[in-house]
Design a protein around this ligand. Sequence first.
Ligand code: TRP
Length: 344
Amino acid sequence: MNQSEQRVFSGVQPTGNLHLGNYLGAIVKFVELQETHNCIYCVVDLHAITVPQKPEELRSSIREVAAAFIGAGVDPCKHIVFNQSQVAEHAELGWVLNCVARIGWLNRMTQFKEKAGKDRENASVGLYTYPTLMAADILLYKATHVPVGDDQKQHLELARDVAQKFNNDFAQSIAALGYGEVFFPQPEPLIQGPATRVMSLRDGAKKMSKSDPSDYSRINLTDTPEAIAQKVRKAKTDPEPLPSEVDGLSGRAEADNLVGIYAALSGSTKPDVLRDFGGSTFSRFKEALVQLAVARLTPVSSEMRRLQADPGYLDQVLRDGASRARAIAAENMVAVKDVVGFLR
Ligand code: TRP
């Protein structure tokens, strides 16, 4: 398959404050992939309501994610940017795939266990079946490549299992209708780069997260240069200077994280960064990191602010993206219905 036949799909949840982890773990990759692939980037609002959301905040978070995609450099004319709930086929295929996936598969999902916590009886049914909806998002467009952060790896494996089980369960029908042997292609995860896992600035063992009570733990995409500088300067470190080799980062989670962030922001690697900063103190390294982070993030955040000031424009972009997404989704969904044996 040549690259123009490959299709990229990915989604980001509109659940409040986007941060450096979302940016380096996903959005930067989205921008890169536009050069080589047809891309569909989705604001996954159906996923967001698996936990309670305030309607007014949800609306503004959907626009924030759209603004982040575009502000970071995604071109919504050449590619597709839309919000999931505007294309009803996501929910429709999600149901069919709920009937393909097995309860035992979902019971193994570690993110459900983390998110549901101790009070599992009280988690929404949607939170439990979330991975089958994610599989539907991807398979609805027969996407071949899915850029995701490393926390989504297990969900992507489930999507691959669901695709394969659908292909097997309906093999005869698929062949009889002339689709060959493979109806859904196996989506490949794209998980790479020095900072697909950005950790908290306060605790190198925890992921950077929007739900951390300390705002100093994360750099938000809308932070001012002053806020970025303050957060980097206060970031937790250890008393040793930086090592000159990557091996020297083991057991030093905070140092490792800052070096990873520097590498990702500068488009280099950890060994490159340590070649330049090995032996240097954290105070010197942090000043360089402040300059780099401000230089990289300020254009994105000012563009985001400009876009968010014009919600009408963002809504129009999302509607236009949804109508183009729907055209692909509807065609594939008709085929799914035929394969399953529904009348239409
Ligand atoms: N579950 C993903 C997350 O929380 C978001 C998501 C939903 C997604 N559907 C997707 C990512 C499809 C990639 C492909 O980050």
